[in-house]
Design a protein around this ligand. Structure first.
Ligand code: ATP
Ligand code: MG
Length: 215
């Protein structure tokens, strides 16, 4: 029978494993100490401005997911959708409406393709007015401005006005803006910015947008 205590090769294997384990424990301790230190340093409590941008899939779902997270804690939310799919309803809103979320969808059939019509601009102004009301409403814990980045890109809403409204919102209110090609000044102002990178998208393999997954 192979007795490990008498087999030098097996013994050295055990030693290597022990050293590896020891190194792993030490590494984990260092990581924990670092995390603990940073947690201790994060003492401020206030509303956070989040931008979720980039060309990959996951921006709006992240925004709606965060609203759901807040509602799950009994908080109050407002949502303005600046681009409404002309063909599809929004699955998330079907649920969120049941939780008395304040909600506004920009009128007209504005999509990424049709722009610059008078009616689109007028609808954008109304949606922005609703957004401003939400951004000054003390009772709202979180406000999602879905696809708002395009309104800035097309010049439908004044950037300075957005910055002013975000800066003057209630101290504890969180605000999320989603959409591609977010303006540099909004990225600078935001506390948290995530860029979703497309590595692959099913659509490019000929798979059409799927109910429950894409809308
Ligand atoms: P989602 O609502 O799924 O989180 P999104 O908000 O990140 O997507 P948008 O740019 O708003 O993306 O596009 C909305 C629709 O386009 C969704 O149906 C989404 O699946 C699809 N889409 C998103 N990114 C891509 C991409 N890189 N290529 C093709 N289709 C995309
Ligand atoms: Mg989106």
């Amino acid at each position: 029978m192979n007795d490990i205590n008498k087999d030098p090769a097996a013994q050295s294997q055990v030693e290597v494993a022990k050293t590896k384990e020891q190194k792993h424990i030490e590494r984990q301790k260092k990581i924990k100490a670092n995390v603990d230190k940073r947690v201790a340093q994060a003492t401020e409590e206030r509303g956070v401005f989040v931008v979720i941008t980039g060309n990959g899939k996951g921006k709006s779902t992240s925004g709606f997911g965060t609203v759901l997270r807040a509602i799950g804690h009994g908080q109050k939310a407002g949502v303005v959708q600046f681009i409404k799919g002309t063909k599809w309803e929004c699955g998330e809103m079907n649920i969120l409406k049941q939780f008395s979320v304040q909600h506004h969808v920009m009128g007209t059939g504005f999509t990424w393709e049709t722009q610059s019509t008078e009616t689109d601009i007028a609808a954008a102004k109304v949606a922005w007015q609703k957004s401003k009301e939400m951004l000054s409403d003390e009772s709202l814990d979180i406000v999602l401005l879905d696809e708002m980045t395009y309104m800035v890109k097309y010049g439908y809403i004044e950037l300075d006005e957005i910055i002013e409204a975000v800066n003057n919102r209630p101290k504890m209110q969180h605000v999320l803006i989603t959409g591609r090609a977010c303006h540099r000044r909004l990225l600078e102002l935001a506390d948290t910015v995530s860029e979703v990178q497309p590595i692959k998208h099913a659509f490019n393999a000929g798979i059409m947008a799927q109910k429950g997954l894409d809308w």
